[in-house]
Structures are given as structure tokens and as C-alpha cells.
Design a protein. Structure first.
Lengths: 171, 195
């Protein structure tokens, strides 16, 4: 076999070998190679040592009232008004059903608002006075637009994260 | 119970949650509470925040129950949400805001972590120093590398699962892990010699 360290596409072999996740055939191949290759042997030894050290790091126990606090939050959320829950769904996606129906509408709504604002500010009836305030209005509009883009970016990321993963099968 | 059965069981439980079963949600919580909190704890190294974000993870699972479809492993989805919240928290710079509670919670955490009365004071100090080095090595990794290593090492997730959780390709995950382990090997090399 080729040296995994010389071949980027095989670099994960040594990690998998140390983690014990390779099948028997590949394990034997890597083992044979590591026996002959000093560089790979060095990496394998260092990887195993690091792996063992990471095993020593135990996380603290979860608080005993974790579930109680969670159920309180769920209860508080359920007792909120219809309007409050809908607003929450818009600000913080995750409520059932809304994530799919709102996703395409959000950028569309944002574009509509920007176009409408632009139309109002640049309309054919604009008088010289209006033209005079246009640069300031454009600056405000541009600033608002950049803030909206950030918010939209975050919102779309949230929505994407909650979208069910489609590509794999199983439970 | 083998791995496949566990996976199917998770999906089955989530479907029951979708149908309104609170018992099924309690079972899912019981099964995944600790791995999610521990993942977030290692990711953020702040116990109070990790519990807070873990609550948010389960809250979002509960909120999304009506639209749940068993098209992917439940744990992949769960860790996708956890990773997303952790990365957002880091990105928002909330770490600075929580620095005070970090110091407090880490010391509290360590108190809970050293219940071994057989250790002498010297041994306990030595152990704490080793833990600090390990935590520091993990913390020094870029966020995505850190998340990938934690899911790979402690949750034993496959490359495909980690890729879905991080929203990148499998080859990108392999590359992240290769670079992350390379850094960890270098940072921890001196400790390996002294074990």
C-alpha cells in the first residue's frame, strides 16, 4: 500500500486505524505498512497517546434539576398567547410547520420591502425637495438593508439547521 | 441492543413525540441529555452555558416535533442543532460576557470531577494540571475542527454524520479531523512522554 502520509486521500486511514474503525483487511494493510514506515509509526504512536490523553477528560455531571428546568421552559412556552408564539416562531424558527412555509417568503418579503422603499423614494413625482433628501434617505436605506441582510442570514441558517436531513436513511 | 436498534428506537420515540407522547420525549431526554451537555461542555468549556444551550437544543427538538420525519439519524439532527447553537454562541462573542461564570463553573466542575479521595494533594494538583493542558489543547482548535474532533472522539460519530451536523462534505470532515489531530498530537506530545 502507498504511504498514507504521502497521499491526501488516504490521510484518514491512520486516524481510523488508531480509532479501531477499519475492517480487518484494511487494518492488516495499515499494520504491515506501519511496520515498515518510520514516519507513519511515529504518527500512529503520537495519535494513540493523544487519544488516550483525551480519554482522561471527563465532563462534569449534568445538574439534577436539568429536566425540571427544561419542562418549566416548555410549559411557559405553551402557556404563551397565540400571537406571542407566532412571533417567537418568526424570530426563532423551530415551531412546527412554520419553518417550511416561511422560508421562501422571507427573502421575497425583504426584497419587496426594499423595492417598495426604493420606488417611493425615487418615484416620478419626486419634487426637487425630495431629491435633496434622497442621498440621506439612500444612506439610511442602505444601512437598514445591511442590518436586514445579517438578520436574514442568521434566520436562514437557523431554518436550514432545523430542516430535516434528507440524504441518509435509517432512524 | 445493537446500534441499529438504538437508532430505530430513537426515531420511533421521536415519532411518538410527534403524536403527542410526553413519555417518549422523557425517554429521548434521558437517553441523550448527558451526551449533548458533555459535547457542549467540551465545546464551550463553560458548564452553565453548556446546560443552557443543551436546554435550547431539546426545546427546539420539542418545538419541531410536528414536522419531524425519520429521514436521518436522530442523533445527527440533535448534534447538528447543538453544533449550530455552540458555533453561534462562540460567534456572538458571548464567551467574553460569560467569562466570570466560566471561571466559576469550571472550578465547580472540577470539584465535581475530583471525588477520588485516594489521590494525594500533589496527585490531585498534577491531575488538574494535565486536565488544564488537555482542555487548552482542545480550546486552541478552530471551532469547526473542535466540533469535529469532539463528535468523532467522544460521540463516536461516523464521518457522514459529522458532515451532516457541520453542513459540509465528508472529505471536508476528514480534512478537518486530520488537521485537528495533527495540532493535538503536537500540543500533547510532551504529556505523552511523561505519562
Amino acid at each position: 500500500m502507498n504511504c498514507p502520509l504521502q497521499n491526501n486521500s488516504m490521510a484518514d486511514l491512520l486516524i481510523d486505524y488508531c480509532a479501531g474503525t477499519l475492517d480487518e483487511v484494511k487494518t492488516a494493510q495499515v499494520e504491515a505498512h506501519v511496520g515498515d514506515c518510520a514516519e507513519c509509526r511515529k504518527v500512529v504512536d503520537a495519535q494513540r497517546s493523544a487519544w488516550t490523553l483525551l480519554d482522561e477528560w471527563t465532563a462534569p455531571a449534568v445538574s439534577t434539576n436539568f429536566d425540571e428546568r427544561l419542562y418549566r421552559r416548555i410549559e411557559a412556552e405553551q402557556s404563551r398567547s397565540w400571537w406571542s408564539r407566532t412571533w417567537q416562531a418568526i424570530r426563532n424558527p423551530g415551531f412546527s410547520g412554520l419553518q417550511h412555509s416561511w422560508k421562501p417568503a422571507i427573502p421575497l418579503a425583504a426584497v419587496t420591502v426594499v423595492v417598495a422603499a426604493g420606488f417611493l423614494l425615487r418615484g416620478p413625482s419626486a419634487s426637487p425637495d425630495v431629491k435633496a433628501v434622497q442621498p440621506a434617505a439612500e444612506a439610511v436605506s442602505s444601512s437598514a438593508q445591511s442590518v436586514d441582510v445579517d438578520k436574514l442570514d442568521r434566520l436562514l441558517e437557523d431554518l436550514d439547521m432545523l430542516t430535516p436531513i434528507r440524504t441518509s436513511t435509517g432512524g | 441492543m445493537d446500534a441499529v436498534a438504538v437508532i430505530e428506537h430513537d426515531a420511533e420515540l421521536m415519532l411518538r413525540v410527534r403524536d403527542g407522547s410526553d413519555t417518549a420525549f422523557a425517554l429521548l431526554l434521558e437517553r441523550h441529555r448527558t451526551p449533548v451537555v458533555h459535547f457542549l461542555h467540551r465545546m464551550l468549556q463553560n458548564h452553565a452555558v453548556s446546560e443552557e444551550l443543551a436546554q435550547e437544543v431539546f426545546l427546539r427538538v420539542y418545538r419541531s416535533r410536528a414536522t419531524y420525519e425519520p429521514t436521518a439519524k436522530f442523533t445527527t439532527w440533535l448534534f447538528r442543532i447543538a453544533t449550530h447553537l455552540a458555533l453561534n454562541w462562540i460567534r456572538d462573542g458571548k464567551k467574553e460576557k460569560g467569562q466570570e461564570s466560566l471561571d466559576q463553573s469550571v472550578s465547580e466542575g472540577m470539584e465535581r470531577q475530583v471525588p477520588d479521595r485516594t489521590l494525594t494533594v500533589e496527585q490531585a494538583l498534577l491531575r488538574e494540571s494535565r486536565m488544564a493542558e488537555i482542555r487548552g489543547a482542545i480550546e486552541s482548535l478552530p471551532e469547526k475542527q473542535r466540533a469535529a474532533v469532539l463528535m468523532h472522539k467522544y460521540q463516536e460519530m461516523e464521518y457522514s454524520q459529522i458532515a451532516k451536523a457541520l453542513g459540509c462534505s465528508e472529505s471536508a470532515v476528514k480534512s478537518l479531523l486530520f488537521r485537528a489531530y495533527e495540532s493535538l498530537r503536537a500540543r500533547l506530545a510532551h504529556m505523552a512522554d511523561g505519562r
